[in-house]
Design a protein around this ligand. Structure first.
Ligand SMILES: NC(=O)c1ccc[n+]([C@@H]2O[C@H](COP(=O)([O-])OP(=O)(O)OC[C@H]3O[C@@H](n4cnc5c(N)ncnc54)[C@H](OP(=O)(O)O)[C@@H]3O)[C@@H](O)[C@H]2O)c1
Length: 327
């Protein structure tokens, strides 16, 4: 019988890349999410019945246990940006992470990988970073041999970073940024998935790994790179943190009173996080120690950002026609 991995949050941005890799290795894959009906796209990652979306809510013990039955390895990819509601920071990133690790230890799971984030710290003023720190502690308390991955901002086809700013760049002459001078080190999604694969298959040593790409640049510099890929010129406006925080408060309020119909473009918690660089710390173990070559944004951004160009998919044809005319 082939080995079985349960991927909590396996339909999300990162989880689906891990699912695809584990299926390719011949493992059976259980994708544990709240809406398995919306995760059917994972089934073709393997042969018939090899990859199965199943219902699970990591806020409930029995739900977590039932989808872990018989698993050799477990990875937790569930995260949130919600400060309120049932699926909030504490419920998911701290208590949920601890719950999965505790049950994994009770069930005799062999390997455990947990997705955290750079900046995870129980003392942080940001609820996201604080609960990531508490989550790591809870995981290690129950499962000391866990692999903990702390990525910087993750990029790739379905990312919420470059896609989001490229979408905003279509709307007007000015692109507002918060923390434009802060340093980022974006890491490619499949590099993160490969790191997780090494943890799940026992190839990598346990411990905390900080994952960053090959380039460290300011937030502004990455946005300029994105703008050149989508061939748009915009004025970049660096918003002061104080003003951004007020905007965060107002947009969170509007999101609440519209019942989520309006999505806050930025939250106060995100403004707190943007006050710090998001890069791999000195001396931290990372992709190099895992034997993974990091992919640079410039190598993949054109593959998925072309749709934000003024002429979309026809831009390349127009350019090649234009060069024909000048010859
Ligand atoms: N993306 C980044 O740039 C980035 C950077 C650093 C760290 N991280 C961390 O990496 C991890 C993966 O991020 P991601 O971007 O892949 O997240 P994502 O796309 O938002 O995916 C989250 C997944 O969790 C599931 N989920 C949410 N609440 C759940 C619950 N209560 N019970 C069970 N499943 C639940 C979601 O499916 P349902 O909604 O169907 O339940 C979805 O499959 C997270 O821990 C995140 O904090 C991400």
């Amino acid at each position: 019988m082939s080995k079985l991995v349960t991927i909590y949050g396996g339909s999300g941005f990162v989880g689906r890349y891990i699912a695809r890799r584990m299926a390719k290795l011949g493992w059976r894959v259980r994708v544990a999410v709240r809406r398995p009906n919306e995760a059917l796209f994972v089934k073709p990652y393997g042969s018939v019945g090899q990859v199965e979306p199943v219902f699970c809510n990591i806020r409930d013990d029995e739900s977590v246990r039932s989808v872990m039955h018989g698993a050799d390895a477990v990875v937790n990819c569930v995260g949130t940006f919600d400060a309120r509601g049932k699926n909030n920071f504490d419920a998911v990133q701290s208590e949920g992470a601890g719950r999965i690790a505790r049950i994994a230890a009770e069930e005799g799971v062999e390997s455990f990988v947990h997705l955290s984030a750079i900046g995870a710290d129980r003392e942080s003023a940001s609820s996201y970073a604080r609960t990531k720190g508490l989550g790591e502690e809870a995981v290690l308390a129950s499962f000391p041999s866990a692999m903990i991955l702390r990525p910087s901002v993750i990029f790739g086809m379905e990312d919420n970073f470059f896609n989001r700013f490229a979408g905003m760049a279509r709307m007007g002459p000015v692109l507002p940024l918060v923390g434009a001078d802060m340093k980022f080190q974006p890491v490619y999604v499949d590099n993160v998935a490969e790191a997780a694969e090494k943890g799940l298959t026992g190839v990598a040593a346990p411990g905390i790994y900080e994952l960053g790409g090959p380039e460290v640049k300011s937030f502004r510099a990455f946005i300029e790179e994105m703008l050149s890929v989508i061939r748009r010129r915009k004025m970049l406006l660096n918003l002061p943190f104080g003003l951004a925080s007020v905007m965060g408060r107002v947009s969170e309020f509007v999101q609440r009173i519209t019942g989520g119909l309006f999505t806050a473009p930025i939250t106060r918690d995100q403004v707190i996080m943007l006050r710090k660089d998001n890069v791999v710390s000195d001396g931290a173990k990372g992709l190099k120690e895992l034997g993974i070559t990091p992919v640079a944004p410039e190598a993949v951004l054109p593959d998925y950002l072309w749709r934000f160009r003024p002429g979309g998919q026809y831009d390349a044809i127009k350019e090649s026609a234009a060069s024909l005319r000048t010859e």
